[in-house]
Design a protein around this ligand. Structure first.
Ligand SMILES: CC(C)(COP(=O)(O)OP(=O)(O)OC[C@H]1O[C@@H](n2cnc3c(N)ncnc32)[C@H](O)[C@@H]1OP(=O)(O)O)[C@@H](O)C(=O)NCCC(=O)NCCS
Length: 212
């Protein structure tokens, strides 16, 4: 994976959620939640087909995600409930699309769906990407028949950019993919304009100011 220049906060706090870099201590909770949802996630998330991972592989995976984040290669995060601390899903700002572009991915545990957590995550990460990290563009890709995934960028006011054969992580051949994008102009429109900015924190817990 190529070195990136992105500076992404360690922890992002929204109205109901904490989006943060994983840590070694997440292993047990991650294992329980991902295993319980793996059958549900498998058609859409190729990595879920390898679940449940043995503990040593889980620990190695978390170490890789931490190293990628800390060395600014790629930014995978857990989604946790702000009040209860429960792990409810995964997300990330991904760098594979190249200069100026960050891609958002997301999944929500089966028993936590229908509460708007994916939408809240995407609204926050899009703002972080465009207004804090300096991305020119944020993209969301999904397979055409993934209707619950499609509803997320739609609900967030992203622009639909069409369908193309695109490489999908974890899949050998390019697959038809629907593509959505947001640029800084989108932040002036609903729902971004009516959503409070999340609070951002560095690895030491210091709050990071938003650029003026
Ligand atoms: C894609 C996925 C994350 C969507 O989950 P979701 O729970 O439908 O999405 P949200 O968390 O944003 O919740 C939206 C739903 O909650 C409802 N909702 C409740 N409170 C809400 C709130 N405060 N804000 C927004 N929506 C809210 C919405 O009306 C919507 O329900 P509806 O679909 O019946 O209209 C989920 O289906 C999933 O994990 N799928 C498998 C993995 C996957 O496909 N990932 C994407 C790969 S591209």
């Amino acid at each position: 994976m190529a070195e990136s220049r992105w500076n992404i906060p360690h922890r992002i706090v929204t109205e109901r959620l904490v989006l943060r870099r994983y840590q070694a201590a997440d292993a047990e909770q991650m294992s329980r939640v991902v295993t319980a949802s793996s059958q549900y996630l498998a058609p859409w998330m190729p990595w879920a087909r390898a679940e449940p991972l043995p503990p040593a592989e889980r620990a190695a995976l978390i170490n890789t995600l931490i190293a990628d984040f800390d060395e600014r290669r790629d930014f995978t995060m857990g989604i946790f409930l702000r009040d209860a601390g429960d792990y409810v899903g995964g997300t990330g700002l991904h760098t594979r699309l190249g200069a100026g572009v960050l891609e958002i991915g997301y999944w929500i545990a089966r028993d936590q769906q229908g509460r708007g957590y994916a939408t809240e995550t995407v609204l926050a990460l899009t703002r972080v990407a465009l207004a804090f990290a300096g991305a020119e563009r944020v993209e969301i890709h999904h397979t055409p028949d993934n209707v619950t995934s499609r509803a997320v960028p739609q609900r967030c006011g992203f622009s639909y950019d069409g369908r193309a054969l695109t490489p999908v992580p974890g899949v050998p051949d390019a697959e038809p993919t629907d593509m959505w994008s947001a640029t800084p102009e989108h932040l002036a429109s609903t729902p971004f304009a009516s959503t409070p900015r999340p609070h951002l924190f560095d690895v030491d817990g210091h709050e990071l100011p938003w650029p003026a």
